[in-house]
Design a protein around this ligand. Structure first.
Ligand code: HEC
Length: 108
């Protein structure tokens, strides 16, 4: 019985690995525009800059779309978001939402 369970697990492993690989977001091409302030990992590098790691993906899409449309105004986010296409916004939101959340005191 144990042997059967082990065999079943071994058979399942490759499909689990494949599922994880396909759900991990690809590194967005525009990430370099954001990392100086928000970090590649979504942990803010500058005082007054919000952490994005682990934030709700839909919220990030809305925030960036609001900067882009001018509904939400903040220098430099409004002008930065103007350079983003909706597909960039989706990619960046998925990336930052998938990063592990920051821990208190991890900002520099
Ligand atoms: C020069 C520094 C800087 C850069 C570069 C920058 N940001 Fe920001 N970002 C900020 C600051 C400061 C705020 C807070 C603005 C506010 O109060 O509305 C912010 C806010 C945000 C928010 C809203 C967070 C929230 O909790 O509401 C998102 C999402 C965001 N930035 C994403 C990005 C993305 C994606 C990029 C790259 C395209 C980027 N930022 C580049 C400084 C920066």
């Amino acid at each position: 019985m144990i042997a059967l369970t082990v065999i079943a697990c071994l058979l399942l492993l490759p499909s689990l690995a494949a599922a994880q690989a396909s759900t991990a977001p690809a590194r967005p091409s525009k990430l370099g525009l954001c990392s100086a302030c928000h970090g590649v990992d979504g942990v803010s590098r500058a005082p007054g800059t919000p952490h994005l790691a682990g934030q709700d993906r839909q919220y990030l899409v809305r925030a960036l779309s609001d900067y882009r449309s001018g509904k939400r105004q903040h220098v430099p986010m409004t002008s930065l978001a103007n350079t983003l296409q909706p597909k960039d916004i989706e990619a960046l939101a998925a990336w930052y939402a998938a990063q592990p959340g920051f821990k208190k005191g991890s900002a520099q």
